[in-house]
Ligand binder design. Structure first.
Ligand code: SF4
Length: 403
C-alpha cells in the first residue's frame, strides 16, 4: 500500500477527483508541454456531467489561463469514469489522464505515478497478523512502516482544525445556484445551548458541516479519503482537540484511520464515480470509526470491528449530488456519518467486548467493491438519478406553480 501522504492530501475543494485531481493532471501535462500558446481539455463521464458544479472548468482555466484555454464538456461515458484528454496548440500532443479518486491521477499507458508502496501488507488481515506477531497497536504499525509520517499527520491535523475554525465563522450562501445557506456556525451555537444528551452530537456535526462548507466554497482542505467525504475525520480531529485529547494521540488516530482508508483504496475504490457514495462516505465513516476507537483506547480487534460496522451499514449508498454540486446530499451526509462513526465505536466498545464479529473488514471491503460495480451509472457521480433528479424536478414544479 502507498504512503499515507497519498491518502491525506491538502488542496482546493470542493472535490478531490473533480478539482484536486484535475489540477494535478494540469500540472502533469504542463510539466511535459509547458508554455504552449493554447490548451484544450476534454472532460468525459462524471467530470463532464458534474464538472460545472464541482468547479472543474474553473480549476483548468485558473491553471492554464482562461484566454488560452478551451474546456470541452463531452457528453459521453468512457471505460474509465473520470477521463480527461489534453491537447495543446490545436489537436497536438494528445494525452489521456484519469482522475482516480482522492486527488490521485493515472496516465494512459504509464505505470502508476505514486511513490512505490511503502507498506508490504495489502489487507487488514495481513496488518492484524503483523501486529499480533510484533505486539503492535495499529498506530505503532504505521510508525514502524512510515517512520517519517508523523510531521505530515501533524500538518494534516492542523489544517483540518484551521479549516473548521474558519468555517464556523462564515455565513451567507455556498457558491452555485442551489442557494444553500452555510449553517455550521448556527449548529455550533445550538450545541452550546443544548442539553447534555445532544450537545456533543451537535458539536461534532457542526465541525463536519464547517469542514464541508469550506470545501464546497473552494477553500484549501484535506482529503480524508476524498474531499466530498472530508468532513468526518476532520470533525473528529477538531472534536478531540477541543476535548483536550493529547495531540500525539490524535495523530495516532489519524494514522489508524489512514490504514483503514488505504486498505479500501488498495482493494476497492474511494471514488464516488467508480463505486458510489459508499466508496467515499462509507470509507470515511470507517476511517472515523477507527480513529475514534483508537482515541478511546480500544484494541486492534475492536478497531477492526468498528471500521467494519461503519462500512457495512453504508453499503449500497449511491452518489447523486444535486446540480453536480458537492452540497446536497454531501454536506449533511458528512454530518450524519461522523455520528455513525462514533456509534460504530460505541458498538465495538460495548458489544465487541463479548461478541465475535463474523464479518471481517476485508470482507466488507470486497462486498463494497462488487456492490459498486452493480450500482447503475446514474448513481455514480453523474447527477443523472436519485436526489439529483428529484430535487430539480421539485424546484421546476414550484417555479411553474409560482408563475
Ligand atoms: S453523494 Fe457522496 S460520493 Fe457523491 S459527491 Fe456527494 S459525498 Fe461525494
Amino acid at each position: 500500500m502507498e504512503s499515507l501522504r497519498e491518502l491525506y492530501r491538502i488542496g482546493p475543494g470542493p472535490s478531490s477527483s473533480h478539482s484536486l485531481g484535475v489540477r494535478k493532471a494540469c500540472e502533469y501535462y504542463y510539466g511535459i508541454y509547458p508554455k504552449r500558446n493554447h490548451y484544450t481539455v476534454e472532460l468525459y463521464g462524471s467530470l463532464s456531467l458534474t464538472g460545472k458544479g464541482h468547479m472543474t472548468d474553473k480549476v483548468i482555466y485558473d491553471y492554464f489561463g482562461r484566454e488560452k484555454t478551451d474546456v470541452v464538456f463531452m457528453k459521453e461515458m468512457t471505460p474509465v469514469p473520470n477521463t480527461m484528454r489534453f491537447y495543446c496548440d490545436g489537436r497536438q500532443n494528445e494525452m489521456e489522464i484519469y482522475s482516480v479518486g482522492g486527488g490521485a491521477i493515472a496516465v494512459k499507458g504509464l505505470p502508476p505515478l505514486a511513490d512505490p508502496d511503502v507498506y508490504p501488507e495489502n489487507s487488514l488481515t495481513e496488518i492484524v497478523q503483523v501486529c499480533q506477531e510484533n505486539n503492535w497497536s495499529f498506530a505503532q504499525y504505521v510508525y514502524e512502516r512510515e517512520p517519517d509520517i508523523k510531521e505530515h499527520l501533524r500538518t494534516v491535523k492542523n489544517q483540518m482544525v484551521a479549516v473548521i475554525k474558519e468555517g464556523l465563522t462564515q455565513d451567507g450562501y455556498l457558491p452555485g445556484n442551489l442557494h444553500l445557506e452555510k449553517v455550521a456556525g448556527k449548529i455550533y451555537r445550538q450545541s452550546q445551548n443544548a442539553g447534555p444528551e445532544v450537545a456533543d452530537r451537535l458539536l461534532v456535526s457542526s465541525y463536519a458541516y464547517a469542514a464541508m462548507e469550506q470545501s464546497s466554497s473552494g477553500k484549501t482542505v484535506v482529503t480524508a479519503p476524498t474531499l466530498g467525504s472530508s468532513g468526518i475525520v476532520s470533525a473528529l480531529a477538531m472534536y478531540y482537540t477541543v476535548k483536550g485529547i493529547p495531540e500525539e494521540r490524535i495523530l495516532e488516530g489519524l494514522a489508524v484511520a489512514g490504514i483503514v482508508g488505504n486498505v479500501v483504496k488498495k482493494n476497492a475504490s474511494i471514488s464516488g464515480a467508480v463505486g458510489g457514495c459508499q466508496a467515499e462516505i462509507g470509507t470515511a465513516c470507517a476511517m472515523g470509526a477507527a480513529m475514534a476507537s483508537h482515541v478511546e483506547g480500544l484494541s486492534n480487534s475492536q478497531i477492526e470491528y468498528a471500521a467494519e460496522v461503519a462500512m457495512e451499514h453504508n453499503l449500497g449508498l449511491t452518489c447523486d449530488p444535486v446540480g453536480g454540486y458537492v452540497q446536497i446530499p454531501c454536506i449533511e451526509r458528512n454530518g450524519v456519518a461522523v455520528l455513525r462513526s462514533l456509534d460504530a465505536m460505541e458498538y465495538a466498545k460495548y458489544i465487541g467486548s463479548f461478541k465475535q464479529n463474523r464479518v471481517s473488514f476485508d470482507m466488507v471491503v470486497s462486498v463494497m467493491k462488487h456492490t459498486g460495480k452493480k450500482i447503475p451509472v446514474e448513481f455514480r457521480e453523474t447527477s443523472l438519478g436519485g436526489l439529483a433528479i428529484e430535487v430539480m424536478l421539485n424546484e421546476e414544479k414550484k417555479k411553474h406553480a409560482a408563475d
